[in-house]
Design a protein around this ligand. Structure first.
Ligand SMILES: Nc1ncnc2c1ncn2[C@@H]1O[C@H](COP(=O)(O)OP(=O)(O)OP(=O)(O)O)[C@@H](O)[C@H]1O
Length: 239
């Protein structure tokens, strides 16, 4: 469970995020949309405790995100996942899952990587030879190994081809069915509508709209997004 209450982050007095209220329950996928600089990464970084809030509260499974204990409940996949290029996919998985205290043995790591759709012949190749989509699959495998209750994704499908992006969406669906709470920043309206149970549209650090994805068609979402980006006012409105 992820929860932000009146969450605000300023940088030298400049607001990056203002008064965010948001919750993501187990089995929900909350997709954050918004232009560059809207505050999406700031939100994710606050949940990860990479940065501290100026005011307000950010909670993971009911604990303040600043508590070290929350790390075991969180998995994180950024746009460009940092893996060790000179290690294989399987070795990276063992290493990074091991950091979270959930190191799979070799057969278990092979099974996990196969379960996320990595080609069996790639599993023992050096990651330096992997495509971006393959690296993101290793990221999902690490998250699965960790069995974290919450998954934070920062533009994970950016730059993936449609097939890889589709594979990734399937993996998210599996995690959702396993009751993981997922918060994803994305620029992809189609994926947000398809994979999200909830969609938020941010502008200039404010969550302007928050809606259930089954309340809106893709065309309506696109129109709402474009209107929001055009609108002068940043005032919070209800859809
Ligand atoms: N370390 C920092 N110091 C100062 N300002 C920052 C810092 N990090 C982010 N900001 C500012 O905070 C605001 C929100 O940035 P953020 O990275 O959260 O946006 P975003 O929605 O993730 O954008 P993008 O789609 O480009 O990733 C921007 O105005 C940005 O310039």
């Amino acid at each position: 469970m992820l929860q932000a209450t009146n969450l605000t982050k300023n940088y030298s007095g400049h607001p990056a995020l203002t008064d965010l209220n948001l919750s993501v329950a187990p089995g929900e996928v909350y997709c954050l949309l918004g232009a560059n600089g809207a505050g999406k990464t700031t939100t994710i970084n606050l949940f990860m405790n990479f940065i501290q809030p100026t005011s307000g509260e950010v909670m993971v499974n009911g604990l303040n995100a600043q508590a070290l204990e929350t790390k075991k409940y969180l998995a994180y996949i950024p746009e460009n996942l940092n893996l060790y290029g000179n290690l294989t996919g399987s070795e990276n998985l063992q290493f990074f899952a091991g950091l979270g205290g959930a190191k799979p043995d070799k057969p278990a790591s092979e099974k996990l990587l196969e379960s996320v759709g990595l080609q069996p012949e790639a599993i023992h190749k050096r990651v330096a030879q992997y495509s971006k989509g393959m690296r993101q699959k290793v990221g999902i495998a690490i998250a699965k190994a960790k069995q974290a209750d919450n998954l934070l994704l920062d533009e994970p499908t950016s730059g993936l081809d449609p097939q890889a992006s589709n594979d990734f969406a399937r993996l998210l669906r599996d995690m959702k069915e396993n009751r993981v709470a997922i918060l994803m920043a994305t620029h992809d309206l189609f994926r947000a509508k398809e994979s999200g149970t909830h969609i938020g549209i941010m502008k200039a650090g404010i969550l302007v709209h928050s809606l259930k994805s089954d309340e809106i068609t893709l065309t309506e979402l696109e129109n709402l997004y474009l209107e929001t980006m055009k609108a002068e006012s940043h005032a919070k409105t209800n859809y």
